[in-house]
Design a protein around this ligand. Structure first.
Ligand code: PMP
Length: 355
């Protein structure tokens, strides 16, 4: 016998690499290439450090109110956490407590199975179809909860709210979580469905469209009842998840809607340009409504391209997993960064043709 027999053993999520070198082109973790709204910097520079003596507001009222106003909701319909990873982990713990399996696709955000394993939640992963689309029928059977990323990651495929409404209608006995980490790049949000479906939780983040991955802010929106259950678990775990600086910076970001619109439009335009160039280089990809493109080359293996890009200080993401090993997930950077990447790929692929 050993103390090791009592350990909760888990296989952790593996996040994309964070190279410490300067001057690399980092397109591997779907960060935003532009700075946050200027008011965020204003908050950080002007922050009154004396306020740090005190604990932050455990209810995160100010930020929840700002978010509620932006989404046309009541403050009691919003929950805030340390990135959407924190919000999702808390939601798994709160809402998925059944003997029946939780359902999420075989190809999706690879943290879902990690949380399910951590909390010993049974789960099943119905396969996406051959075009990486969710098959709704797979979510019409008995289950202990459903979690779907929309747009999905790493595929970039987006479905309309009506698609989720059908799933919601068939699942009044379980909580349905829609993870909208990438919704701000052209997708249509399920937030309006909250009024009609008490069991719908929509999760969003400041990490992509608000350029604040380093600040760690995520949030969930749902019926007051759902949010109350989520709060009960949060307050049984850690009352002060959101620090005082982050709360102020988050509010500053939400209040500058013009900047948010400008940045997301810019990334969307760069994505559309990148799609055209990639298609001309014989890449295939599902249509992306995110700040990344999930692309496979028709002749050259993804691992080879990944290695060649990396040798040239260009970081993208590749998974050596069934069904997706041919694909690279390329985050959308600045126009200049994308030009460099596309020029590199063009030269590399031409060089191969000659060779
Ligand atoms: N959901 C999806 C689908 C994601 O891709 C990510 C980013 N890795 C997250 C949630 C978590 O993002 P964050 O914790 O930075 O809000």
């Amino acid at each position: 016998m050993s103390w090791e027999n009592n350990i909760r053993r888990v296989v952790p999520y593996v996040a994309g690499e964070q190279p410490q070198k300067q001057n690399v082109i980092k397109l591997n973790t779907n960060e935003c290439p532009y700075p946050p709204a200027p008011e965020v910097e204003g908050v950080l520079r002007g922050f009154d450090c004396d306020t740090l003596r005190k604990y932050p507001d455990p209810d995160v009222q100010e930020l929840r109110e700002a978010l509620a106003k932006r989404h046309g909701l009541d403050c009691g319909q919003v929950f805030v956490g340390v990135g959407s990873d924190d919000v999702l982990a808390m939601s798994f713990l709160t809402f998925f407590n059944s003997e029946k399996p939780v359902l999420f696709p075989d190809i999706t955000y690879s943290f879902y199975d990690v949380w399910a394993d951590l909390y010993k939640i049974p789960y099943e992963c119905p396969p996406l179809d051959e075009n990486f689309r969710i098959r709704k029928e797979d979510y019409m059977k008995e289950n202990g909860g459903i979690v779907l990323a929309n747009p999905n990651a790493p595929t970039g495929v987006c479905e309309a709210p009506s698609f989720f409404e059908e799933i919601l209608r068939a699942n009044s006995d379980s909580v349905v979580i829609v993870d909208e980490a990438y919704i701000d790049f052209g997708g249509e949000s399920c937030v309006p469905l909250i009024e009609r479906y008490e069991n719908l939780l929509v999760v969003q983040t400041f990490s992509k469209s608000r350029s604040m991955a380093g600040m760690r802010i995520g949030y969930a929106m749902g019926s007051k009842k759902l949010i109350r259950f989520l709060n009960d678990v949060k307050f049984s775990f850690n009352s002060y998840t959101m620090n005082a600086v982050t709360i102020k910076a988050g509010v500053a970001s939400v209040e500058n809607e013009d900047y948010f619109k400008r940045i997301t439009a810019k990334i969307t335009a760069t994505r559309e340009y990148t799609k055209k160039r990639l298609a001309a280089l014989d890449f295939v990809f599902p249509d992306s409504k995110t700040n990344f493109i999930f692309a496979a080359h028709q002749r050259v293996p993804a691992q080879e391209l990944f290695d060649a890009l990396r040798a040239n200080e260009i970081y993208v993401r590749h998974w050596n997993k069934p069904r997706i090993a041919d694909y690279l997930r390329i985050s959308i950077g600045t126009d200049e960064e994308m030009e460099t990447v596309l020029d590199f790929l063009e030269k590399y692929l031409k060089g191969k043709q000659k060779g």
